[in-house]
Design a protein around this ligand. Structure first.
Ligand SMILES: [Zn+2]
Ligand SMILES: [Zn+2]
Length: 377
């Protein structure tokens, strides 16, 4: 490629400071260094975690940055020492790496990789080791990925190589929300055939959790949300019953206990709200109920009565659905292409990178499930 080894100037949406609208800028993207890959981003989803950084986390040290972590693209060039990727390969940037060598990668018990940006820079949610500059300033790479840019540079330990025929404007969704919800059900909760499940929150992650419960063979799947408009969509992914907590004058955990003879076998919290986390735990049946935290938040403590756990319930959580990222994402792409998992049904809007602030607003006001931004051809 003519651009290999050179600085690329390209368009990106820069988050200069918390809460302010993103600004379209021309940025400089340096060539990939040892072990790195420069990727031409083709499409990206907009995820709640992008909004979280901008509107809730608001840590000034995490700015200026380029947001976006749900992308897919094509390798433009590779740095020294990269042998598994070549220009033209279709790839998915991963916010969670898999180096294959650290003690966590070597253990089958977890998907956390010690070499991930989050091991050191978790509080600012960005990687300060960046190949981006703009107006003479370094621009941080949000979650190590930064897909709201035409080009990005990522270490090969955080890139998944996918099928040449995969449609990038759909499979990009597998780099965060969908894998997170789906894996939380099939991996972390370990939903079993014939079980009764409840999913709290019907955004993309919650709907993916519903799909996971269904594919794992659950017999009843309660979809819980205060926005009843989302129930139709939940049905598409396999939900069998629908509950709006606002329609009852008693806690929804009691309603669920009555409807299921004591509580559900598995509950999944997909909101990122500590009160809902407590409710999801309380909705489980004693003895064996498992409640999984899926929604992301780190600004509040949660609480529950100890008897909830003493009575035999398990409270757990996972990041990225428990999937070992580099190994699993290419397989999930195949699962989509063979019809085992749905992706198209999550997509409610398509826009250009220039419309990124409109997409952020749609997400913020709950008007979309997933908006795909077309970044480049
Ligand atoms: Zn995300
Ligand atoms: Zn590792």
């Amino acid at each position: 490629m003519a651009t290999a080894g050179k600085v690329i100037k390209c368009r990106a949406a820069v988050a200069w400071e918390p809460t302010a609208p993103l600004k379209m800028e021309e940025i400089e993207v340096a060539p990939p260094q040892e072990g790195e890959i420069r990727i031409k981003v083709v499409a990206t989803g907009v995820c709640h975690t992008d909004l979280y950084h901008l509107f809730e986390g608001k840590d000034k040290r995490g700015f200026p940055s380029v947001l976006g972590h749900e992308g897919a693209g094509v390798v433009e060039s590779v740095g020294p020492g990269v042998t598994d990727f070549k220009p033209g390969d279709k790839v998915i940037p991963l916010f969670l790496s898999q180096c294959g060598e650290c003690k966590f990668c070597k253990s089958p018990k977890t998907n956390l990789c010690d070499r991930n940006w989050s091991s050191k820079y978790y509080d600012i949610m960005s990687d300060p080791i960046t190949r981006f500059t703009c107006r003479g300033r370094p621009i941080l790479q949000f979650m190590g990925t930064s897909t709201f840019s035409e080009y990005t540079v990522i270490n090969q330990i955080a890139v998944g190589k996918i099928d040449d025929d995969a449609p990038l404007d759909r499979v990009c969704l597998l780099s965060c929300g969908i894998s997170t919800g789906y894996g939380a059900a099939v991996n972390t909760a370990g939903v079993t055939p014939g079980s009764v499940c409840a999913v709290f929150g019907l955004g993309a992650v919650g709907l993916a959790a519903v799909m996971g419960c269904k594919n794992a063979g659950a017999s009843r799947i309660f979809a819980v949300d205060i926005n009843e408009e989302k129930f139709e969509k939940a049905k598409v992914f396999g939900a069998t019953e629908f509950l709006n907590p606002k329609a009852y004058n008693k806690p929804i955990s009691e309603v669920l206990a009555e409807m299921t003879n004591g509580g559900v076998d598995f509950s999944l919290e997909c909101v990122g709200n500590t009160e809902v986390m407590r409710t999801a735990l309380e909705s489980c049946v004693k003895g064996w109920g498992v409640s999984v935290l899926v929604g992301w938040t780190d600004v509040k403590d949660f609480s529950a009565r100890p008897i909830q756990l003493i009575s035999g319930k398990t409270w757990k959580g996972s990041l990225f659905g428990g999937f070992k990222s580099k190994d699993s994402v290419p397989n999930l792409v195949c699962d989509y292409m063979s019809g085992k998992i749905k992706l198209d049904e999550f997509i409610t809007h398509k826009m250009s990178l220039e419309q990124v602030n409109d997409a952020v607003n749609l997400m913020k006001t709950g008007q979309c499930i997933r908006c795909i931004l077309n970044i480049s051809k």
